[in-house]
Design a protein around this ligand. Sequence first.
Ligand code: HEM
Length: 471
Amino acid sequence: MDIVELFSPVVIAVLGSCVLFLFLRWQNLRGPPCIQGWVPWIGAGFEFGKAPLEFIEKARLKYGPIFTIFAMGKRMTFVTEEEGIDVFLKSKHVDFELAVQNPVYQTAWIPKNVFLALHEKLYVLMKGKMGTFSMHQFTGQLTEEFHEQLEALGTHGTMDLNNFVRHLFYPATVNTLFKKGLFFTNERKIKEFYQHFKTYDEGFEYGSQLPEWLLRNWSKSKRWFLALFEKNIEEIKADKSIEGHSGTLLQAVLDIVELETFQHSPNYVLLLLWASLANASPIAFWTLAFVLSHPDIHKTVLEGISSVFGTAGKYKIKVSEDDLKKLPLIKWCVLEAIRLRAPGVITRKVVKPVKILSHTVPSGDLLMVSPFWLHRNPKYFPEPDSFKPERWKEANLDKNAFLDCFMAFGGGKFQCPGRWFALLEIQICIILVLYTYDCSLLDPLPKQSCLHLVGVPQPEGKCRIEYKQRT
Ligand code: HEM
């Protein structure tokens, strides 16, 4: 055998590998810089998972406005400036449904075919039912619900502020959006609900990615909710049209779900429960915490409340939309708390390669924006780390427009449909708490936890409130 014949397969293999290597390098050169670690599949997962929010910001400082993090088998490409955000919000080649479908399956067991068949119809329904024109329907009931919960808090006390807010928010939201009287009144059951919701919420991000057998407590809480809703589903759907009402948001959602499937109704109840409580309640916490830890703002807010409702705190005041218009500072405080405690990330799936700056982001990547960090860019928000409600004076809130680059509620076609409801209930809650009680914080304003990326950050550590009925 001649020597050329002997070596030719080896030469071809070597040359082939070189070509493949150069091709991959070339492809990678066109893609954004990639942080991928050395461990296969896990990639940068360990470092990223320790403090994901900080990891993202460090990566931006090191690699520039667009970069990819490879972790747990996924490529997440972060965009941090206008051009990338524009693609995130407007490109036909990035998709919301495909980005969230798997997390929805993992966290609520809604299969892909059911989710994709129903998502857009449900979104349109929720957007309408919780749109700005529908808010007047909620004002009265939310006020009543908060009064009822405030009464149960008594004339004075000291409590962890996060629990104080949960105690007001969970029943008020469930009774308003799901069904009047649905929330437990039995103390033991309420405790159980809080405990399971805390476990489910805290584990939501891991639960959306890891196998369930690794998260036993989380899985137990998820099953507890599903069993509870399965048992109560007929009660939830009952007496829809009492007093000519068209039914609650949840009842309308279930009407649509049940056109497609009866089997997954409890799963949709669980998903809506999480969506309606997981962000709004911590934002009410942060708003109260920021206001109470800024004496000048606290004083001006109290003066505003007295000017609209009088000074004494013992009457069951009714809050109307007109009253809210007379108290713009309270809305600004809520929005400023949301700006500072915005969700760590929102995400879309790239379905066809998209060009951003000089890079091509390949299909299959998750395209990510971090509202949390975007809101800390001094180019868009001067003195970004300060709580400055007055910056919201510049926003055209009468026309329902937020400040430029404010993305706490996401953006584009599937922006949060509950945003106007959230703003309404947080404003009413703050007004009623500060009208009813003299409040002060017994601990300094806590830092936010940097552990999670999904949803708004929770406080790290306790912060107690002391409250005393105003006379
Ligand atoms: C301050 C409170 C809230 C914040 C910061 C918030 C934020 C968000 C964000 C960032 C998204 C994803 C949007 C995107 O990717 O573009 C979202 C989706 C959603 N939010 Fe909210 N949200 C809040 C309150 C609420 C409330 C009170 C409800 C009431 C039901 C709600 C219902 C939903 C639903 C159902 C979705 C999914 C929409 C879809 O599937 O297309 N949210 N929210």
